[in-house]
Design a binder for this molecule. Structure first.
Ligand code: SAM
Length: 222
């Protein structure tokens, strides 16, 4: 199996199951024009997040790692009219692009972009006494994942679904000798999740246009 084949299959799924979406395509074009890196989720992954948010009946969604707002648009589209998505981004330029894209998508009323290191903005949400989130997507710096996961659990309720992207690190997550901070972050994340009695979790490997990677999914049980 090759990257070329994984890409062709993702393109096929996109054509058959997703189709053209001028708003999302314009969000990607806007991010590209602004010089943002191409590290957004793939269309079929965005739709997966959308379907998961719908399935849990999400009224409040939290995202860690906004970039240009591509995954935020997918998820915010799953919200009811009085729903709320808060997405956290360290880079003011990324946040500005995301705000423009969310506005263009007609989601400015439901989606809020907060700027700052996620460790700070997550702590701020807790200090504010934020209502629990129903769905959390963690997709920022990978060494931060153990701490972001712990915050996500604190900001959740029983039934909340937490999804963490890029946990496989090209397979290196299985390498106990790795010193790559993203790999050690992903291994530490799995240890934190395993030791957290309030969640039930699994991780799945994926291939596609974004290469070989995977997601961790955790349901808050109590
Ligand atoms: N979720 C986005 C999507 O699929 O459209 C992609 C997010 S991208 C993989 C990661 C983002 O996290 C980048 O925009 C980066 O600037 C941001 N980021 C990195 N470190 C961060 C931190 N400590 N706090 C908040 N955001 C951070």
């Amino acid at each position: 199996m090759s990257q070329q084949q994984w890409t062709a299959v993702d393109e096929y799924f996109g054509e058959v199951l997703i189709g053209a979406d001028p708003v999302l395509e314009s969000a990607l074009a806007g991010a590209d024009e602004a010089g943002l890196p191409h590290i957004n989720v793939a269309p079929n992954q965005g739709k997966l997040l959308h379907l998961l948010a719908l399935t849990v009946g999400a009224r409040r969604i939290l995202e860690v790692g906004t970039l240009g707002g591509y995954s935020a648009i997918w998820m915010a589209r799953a919200l009811p009219a009085d729903g709320k998505l808060i997405t956290l981004e360290i880079d003011p330029k990324h946040a500005e692009v995301a705000r423009g894209n969310l506005k263009h998508a007609g989601l400015a009323e439901v989606a809020e972009v907060r700027i700052g290191p996620a460790a700070d903005t997550l702590a701020q949400l807790a200090r504010e006494g934020a209502e629990p989130f129903d769905f959390v997507f963690i997709d920022a710096d990978k060494p931060g994942n153990p701490a972001y996961f712990e915050w996500a659990v604190k900001l959740s309720r029983p039934g909340t679904l937490i999804v963490v992207d890029n946990v496989v690190r090209g397979g290196a997550v299985a390498d106990a000798a790795s010193t790559d901070p993203s790999v050690t972050g992903s291994r530490r994340l799995h240890e934190v999740v395993a030791a957290e009695p309030r969640v039930s979790a699994t991780s799945v490997q994926t291939v596609g246009v974004k290469g070989y990677d995977g997601f961790l999914l955790a349901r808050v049980e109590s």
